[in-house]
Design a protein around this ligand. Sequence first.
Ligand code: ADP
Ligand code: ASP
Ligand code: MG
Length: 402
Amino acid sequence: MLVVKKFGGSSVADNERIMNVARRCLEDYRKGHQVVVVLSAMGKTTDGLIAKAHEIDPNPPKRELDMLLVTGEQVSVSLMAMAFHSLGVPAVSLNGVQVPMQTTSAYGTAKLKRIRTERIRNELESRKIVIVTGFQGINRYEDMTTLGRGGSDTTAVALAAALHADVCEIYTDVEGVYTADPRIVPHARKLKEVSYDEMLEFASVGAKVLHNRSVEMAKKYGVRMVVLSSLTRAEGTVVKEGAKMERMLVSGVAADKNTARISVIGVKNEPGIAFKIFNMLARNHINVDIIIQSVGREDRKDISFTVARTDLQEAMTLLNENQAAITAQKITCEEGVAKVSIIGAGMLSNPGVAAKMFEALYSGNINIKMIATSEIRITVLIDEEDANRAVRMVHDAFELAD
Ligand code: ADP
Ligand code: ASP
Ligand code: MG
């Protein structure tokens, strides 16, 4: 049996936790399994490195930022190899170049293209535990890249797919996937299993327990994922195809605070303007979420949309530079906002769901700034300071707790 085990930052935050992870991995190794370990940077290392970069340069070149960030994961994998050595077990650490994990060229948001598995397979054949840096790869210029925040999950699933692993276990600081972030809703309920589609939607709207691309990849290659705690032995959550959803209208609530709203005001009411705006953002790898266009008034209209707050500065620079081309009279933005979403497969066929969510927000006197819906989600944009309260109120309204 081949297992890929991924441990997030809090699971390797200090020496004691590194030894704890090593011992847990040994249990599988001693059963005769082949063990691949994928690690994040220790604790809040990545946040610290980003802060350091911004102290020197508020707008650091993306190539150099990636060059800096990849160091975090190299610290944890090398220390983990030493931990195994101290326990008398052969192990080897590999970074994204040594594997190699080939990615697209976009620094900071690179996508994995191809993983060469020969080196890993050889090391596994010689009964070594192989420890791989999460979150990083190498592009066609032989530069190091990163996969976006939380990307180690995607590294783990990609390796599991490439190595045809039997399972990809994602160890974190909670015991599985819950109906809402258990840090915001302490009585949230742990899901026994969740389908790829629902988990994908859940991760995309802010349930950051899994990187959304890791779920996308798991679905594509049929990788069985389990989310569980590195600190307890509790049964986790299985993510798989056709998981039998507990026939609920709504299966989860999530908040995404990495959000900002942009309004492009007074653009000409003629074909092609939306294309120009969103094509320009897409070409610069800026994802856009909720989009609202006002009904035209005379010859003008407004277009508002949300972007990740981390992309706001770049998006505003682009829009301002092209203000004339997009015929905008004014461009404004707002940072202190958050998206709150409910997801669930039973939603579309039930018209009362949106009203129930809005009623919960109304009863908390929370104002809705924008609304977006898809087949299995409803998202509202609200003030960031209301976000946690909104999650709790909506969670309670749908009676998602036990
Ligand atoms: P790691 O460093 O292990 O990758 P993350 O911080 O990326 O950990 O993800 C785990 C965190 O995700 C939890 O501590 C929890 O606060 C948060 N989280 C958000 N939504 C959920 C959810 N629906 N279920 C479980 N955890 C969630
Ligand atoms: N260390 C990276 C981050 O903090 C990747 C990860 O933890 O998944 O985003
Ligand atoms: Mg994570």
